[in-house]
Design a protein around this ligand. Structure first.
Ligand SMILES: [Fe+2]
Length: 282
């Protein structure tokens, strides 16, 4: 397996940001740092890679419970808050895979019982990304309410740009298979860190960024098959929308092999390269 190819530009940028390195491109082929290890290990990559041509984070319905004027805060919990503690962290990127500083993130979610506070501002809060484009939210795992799978609502806005309204989801939730709003492209990477859980998600906003400031030498130039492929190599059938896949199923897409991580019915837009929570590249 070509591990270096799996180092997306965004991953490199994140590693560079974490390390305080000014020239992210210099890290290609360098030592494996924490987030690189995650991306190249056996666990799904944190989020879709922000390579050339990748789509921005999909929008979702706002739902009936948004309230404007939430408090500015990065923590929605107090020592007495009920529920499993959850930290959500990540970055906000533009189309050029560059981080966006001072981007607004406004989160709202249900409490442990699946109820929204429509009178006050419990489990509502907004914050801004830091100079590195990073954010961290301290909250709880939201409770379930009828008709929906587990989710967190968020509005994300780069300075002076339109608002992206969307929702974030949790892997391995039974209701993910029946919630018609659910989109696996919005699955967070979640891991248990007792006594709580840690989640990661990176947003890609539909914000143009100048190519002069963006590294260009990280784009893989070899072994990239055409985007449409009629070949059907041994070991898996060609991925097709409308097909039900079970965990462990193998497919090929654009000439590359993928293993299904969660059972689901494929839909247009859920292609394996776009849904690392559903498919792991072989
Ligand atoms: Fe909701």
């Amino acid at each position: 397996m070509d591990e270096e190819k799996k180092l997306s530009r965004k991953t490199v940028l994140k590693v560079a940001l974490a390390a305080g390195v000014a020239a992210p491109v210099a890290l290609i082929g360098g030592p494996a740092l924490a987030r690189t290890t995650v991306a190249s290990g056996r666990t799904p990559e944190l989020t879709p890679a922000c390579d050339d041509g990748d789509d921005p984070t999909p929008a979702q319905t706002e739902g009936p419970y948004f309230k404007p004027n939430s408090p500015q805060r990065t923590s929605l919990v107090t020592p007495n808050t009920q529920g499993t503690r959850l930290t959500v962290s990540g970055y906000v990127f533009g189309l050029g895979c560059l981080p966006i500083a001072r981007a607004l993130l406004d989160f709202w979610q249900a409490d442990v019982n699946g109820a929204y506070d429509n009178v006050g501002y419990t489990f509502r809060g907004h914050q801004f990304t830091n100079d590195q484009g990073a954010f961290t939210l301290s909250t709880i795992v939201p409770g379930l309410y009828p008709g929906r799978t587990r989710h967190i609502h968020v509005k994300v806005q780069a300075p002076g740009r339109p608002v992206l309204t969307t929702q974030l989801y949790f892997p391995n939730e039974p209701r993910n298979n029946t919630d018609t709003i659910f989109d696996p492209r919005l699955l967070m990477t979640v891991r248990d860190v007792p006594p709580g859980r840690q989640a990661a998600f990176d947003f890609v906003l539909n914000v143009p960024q100048t190519s002069t400031t963006r590294p260009t030498s990280t784009t893989p130039t070899t072994s990239n098959p055409p985007t449409t492929s009629t070949s059907n190599p041994p070991g898996g059938t060609t991925w097709a929308a409308g097909t039900g896949y079970s965990a462990g199923a193998r497919v090929t897409y654009s000439g590359r092999g993928y293993v299904c991580l969660q059972g689901h019915t494929a839909q247009p837009g859920w292609e394996p390269p776009s849904t690392p929570a559903l498919w792991r590249a072989e």
